[in-house]
Design a protein around this ligand. Structure first.
Ligand code: CU
Length: 488
């Protein structure tokens, strides 16, 4: 039946392109031969598919023969953390966003078991872009909570494909995290590499803005307007940063299976400080070499490969760059190994460059005229929690996560004599910025600190956090103190 569909499709396409194509029978013959071959690949044994959670992928197919592959996938609706202090009810294939990675080869006959956990509230289904058949399996897999649906398909086309839920309202099911990747390897498998990882971008729409605390419900209007609060890799902010970063060693060849679940945005996928040696464009057969940024459509994918030549932390972003630094689309690849000064020197010199007339820049507050209802800290503990979040978002890039600063550039906040000597001066610097030389713990610093567009509550929280961390004087700052400095 699949063969008939393919034949019809090939014929239609050829008619569509040009009647001349019909005269060139070789194109038609080759296509048909290919599908004949694939459809006729015999399947003898049965095996249970290995499914993995991101960022991991199952074992490569290598030289294994085509098999009857049993895929057991369970849908789970569960609460997760979008970012620190922000909860979201995710709908998932296999308990993670993106869903479990499925790895097949051409010629496999997949017997798909879609299970909807009895605790779930809604029916779901699955549309796999690797399927040749109505709805990509959606029509055969619509399943109510507490039920299981089974359908099967022959794997015909090699490539990297998205799967997603296609139950109405489709956009909402995808927006809540119902997508993942299925890889179809060619006969003999993809060429071996040293490291393989699974990354998928998605945009999320919440009633509260970025970072607004509590359980945040899905916002349909923002989704229709295509104005996401979060754009993230692997389901939430920081899924692949810090201790969760993916890793490699110098000299290793890395392959990333990158998908985009959308529902709305296309991704300009880029690794800062790396060049893709190879991109399987849109996850298909076409290979492009030496690529800086590759476009991944919503509901599409790409395979990128590169050798890592020098150690360091390489940042993966959507190069629509506000998404990376303001909405979460940022991941890390940590590479360990020997330096190679011939490829990259590292910093050779750091001098002060402050042209005459340098002025303190202000962080704009976005011209947001609407009054926001601000969550006020009710205890010192809450102040510390809110303060830490704000510190990590606003201050840690320069002063570092543990307040140790960067020698010669950004003064330390940890055990800082300058900070502990005068709280009003510290408040003033956060509010209005600071330029010129200062001495902190006996060392001179001469850089520019920008004025921060923070509310009195936010300044209070962040300074309380700083004063009560890293061996500082444990001073508690109050909104009244901030207001007094602001008004003087
Ligand atoms: Cu669904």
């Amino acid at each position: 039946m699949n063969l008939t569909i393919k034949k019809n499709l090939v014929t239609k396409v050829l008619f569509g392109i040009s009647a001349m194509a019909l005269l060139s029978s070789c194109v038609n013959d080759q296509s048909e031969k290919k599908y004949n071959d694939t459809v006729d690949i015999p399947v003898n044994q049965e095996m249970i598919a290995e499914l993995t959670s991101p960022p991991n992928v199952p074992t490569p197919v290598g030289k294994r023969m085509a098999k009857k592959l049993i895929v057991d996938l369970e849908i789970q609706e569960r609460e997760g953390e979008m970012t620190s202090g922000v909860k979201y009810i995710y709908w998932t294939f296999g308990g993670t966003v993106p869903g479990s990675f499925i790895r097949t080869r051409v010629g496999d006959e997949v017997e798909f078991h879609l299970k909807n956990h009895p605790d779930n509230k809604l029916p779901h289904n699955i549309d796999l872009h690797a399927v040749n058949g109505p709805g990509g399996g959606a029509e055969s897999s619509f399943v109510a909570p507490g039920h299981e649906k089974v359908f099967s398909f022959k794997v015909l086309n090699p490539g990297l494909y998205v799967y997603h839920c296609a139950t109405a309202p489709v956009g909402m099911h995808i927006a809540n995290g119902m997508y993942g990747l299925i890889l179809v390897e060619p006969e003999g498998g993809l060429p071996p590499v040293d490291k393989e990882y699974y990354i998928m971008q998605g945009d999320f729409y919440t009633e509260g803005g970025y970072g607004e605390r509590g359980v945040q419900p899905f916002d349909m209007q923002k989704a229709i307007d295509e104005k996401p609060d979060y754009v993230v890799f692997n389901g939430h902010v920081g899924a692949m940063t810090g201790d969760n970063a993916i890793t490699a060693k110098v000299g290793e060849k890395v392959r990333l299976f990158v998908g985009n679940g959308g529902p709305n945005l296309v991704s300009s996928f880029h690794v800062i400080g790396e060049i893709f040696d190879k991109v399987y464009v849109e996850g298909g057969d076409l290979i492009n070499d030496n690529v800086q940024t590759t476009l991944i459509p919503a509901g599409g994918a790409a395979i990128v490969e590169f050798r890592v030549d020098v150690p360091g932390t390489f940042i993966l972003v959507d190069h629509s760059i506000f998404r990376a630094f303001n909405k979460g689309a940022l991941a890390m690849l940590k590479v360990e190994g020997e330096e190679n000064k011939a490829i990259y020197s590292g910093e050779i010199r750091d001098g002060i460059y402050l042209p005459e007339g340098s002025v303190i820049q202000s962080m704009p507050n976005g011209g947001d005229k609407t009054e926001k209802v601000e969550m006020k800290a009710l205890s010192l503990e809450e102040r510390m929690t809110f303060g830490k979040d704000k510190y990590m978002a606003t201050c840690s890039a320069c002063h570092q996560a543990n307040g140790q600063g960067i020698e010669g550039a950004f003064p330390p906040l940890a055990k800082s004599d300058y900070l502990n000597a005068d709280v009003n001066r510290a408040i003033d610097i956060v509010l209005h910025g600071k330029t010129g030389e200062i001495t902190v713990n006996g060392k001179k610093y001469n850089s520019v600190m920008t004025a921060q567009a923070l509310s009195d509550e936010e300044v209070t929280n962040v300074l309380t956090y700083v004063y009560n961390s890293w061996g500082n004087s444990k001073k508690e700052v109050t909104p009244e103190m901030v207001q007094a400095v602001r008004n003087r």
